[in-house]
Design a binder for this molecule. Structure first.
Ligand code: 13P
Ligand code: ZN
Length: 322
């Protein structure tokens, strides 16, 4: 069941991201969802089985520290057994060399991201190339990044002054030199709930140029959350103090990006906002309650509904077997 890279005659498969991207390029995109606790993991697998949709389950170095790596991966493996028809990759999001060594050690991950995007171009190439050699020797795919996203993602924080778009002139050389399997690019999104402070959207002209230079090569969109304004309003109505400037990516733009080679859309913030809304509303409406399982169940139900919408948005529903 676990650790197979073949999709032939086998239910419940852990596959490589390359396998998923070979099937989806230009037609649909794979949601790559960060999980840090049990309720998120169960609801993600449950939704994927219902939608018959492929997905990528992601952990960050921070979530591996929080839940303890062994516990978090065990939860993911248990969810895979409970939902035996799911087809997914297990990916390490935003890792450095040490995180990747740790993740590769037990052979659980089928894909890792080396995030050397803050380094100069040549250093990014050197670091990525070394990780690729190591990961490929174990049959694991590598996502690299060129360009820098603003925003906050777990323990990664970049202010807008230090963010920059991917330079299309660099992508071909980078991919050739590193032999990476997919490329995360900076085309206007940022991490967290406060994207597009200037009201700008995705930079399709840059995306188009990147695709022209890397035809057929899988591109990755970080910062893919929609940050639904209704959620923000509900959180604030139930006592939250999120800023009115909260803004995400227009779902129509995410859909449009699929035809430009975006194969993987990273999602974390939308499911954090959902957790905040569910718990704030639950405890303000029922202040006498104190049992975590009751709002926990509400969160899983709401998570599943949201996830089903995400699969639809990315045209991934029904595509578990390509
Ligand atoms: P969001 O903050 O938009 O959910 O992006 C998550 C992400 O890129 C994880 O790597
Ligand atoms: Zn990211």
């Amino acid at each position: 069941m676990f650790f197979t890279n073949s999709m032939v005659n086998c239910d419940n498969m852990l596959v490589t991201t390359k396998h998923l991207f070979d099937h989806c390029y230009g037609k649909y995109a794979i949601p790559a969802v960060n999980v840090s606790f049990m309720e998120q993991t169960l609801a993600l697998f449950s939704a994927a089985e219902k939608a018959n949709a492929p997905f990528i389950v992601q952990t960050t170095p921070a979530s591996r520290d929080y839940a303890k790596a062994d516990m978090l991966v065990s939860i993911i493996k248990a969810a895979a057994r409970l939902y035996p028809k799911t087809v997914f990759a297990l990916h390490m999001d935003h890792g450095n060399e040490q995180h990747i060594v740790d993740a590769l050690q037990k052979g659980d991950y089928t894909s890792v991201m080396i995030d050397a995007s803050h380094d100069p171009f040549v250093t990014n190439i050197e670091r990525t190339k070394a990780v690729v050699a190591q990961a490929h020797s174990k049959g694991v795919n590598v996502e690299a990044e060129l360009g820098v996203l603003a925003g906050v993602e777990d323990d990664l924080s970049v202010d807008e002054a230090h963010a920059f778009y991917t330079n299309p002139n660099e992508v071909e050389v980078f991919v050739k030199a590193t032999n990476c399997d997919s490329l995360a690019i900076a085309v206007g999104t940022s991490h967290g709930a406060y994207k597009f402070s200037g009201g700008q959207g995705l930079q399709f002209a840059i995306l188009e140029e990147i695709q022209e230079r890397l035809p057929g090569f899988p591109l990755v969109l970080h910062g893919g959350s929609a940050v639904n304004y209704e959620e923000i309003n509900r959180i604030n109505a139930a006592g939250g103090q999120l800023q009115a400037s909260a803004k995400g990516v227009d779902p129509a733009e995410v859909k449009k990006a699929i035809s430009y080679g975006i194969c993987k859309v990273n999602l974390a913030t939308d499911f954090r906002l959902l957790w905040t809304r569910v718990n704030r509303e639950f405890f303000s409406e029922q202040p006498d309650q104190f049992a975590p399982m009751i709002p926990g169940k509400v969160y899983m139900d709401e998570y599943e509904k949201t996830m089903l919408h995400k699969f639809d948005l990315l045209n991934a529903t029904g595509m578990a077997k390509g």
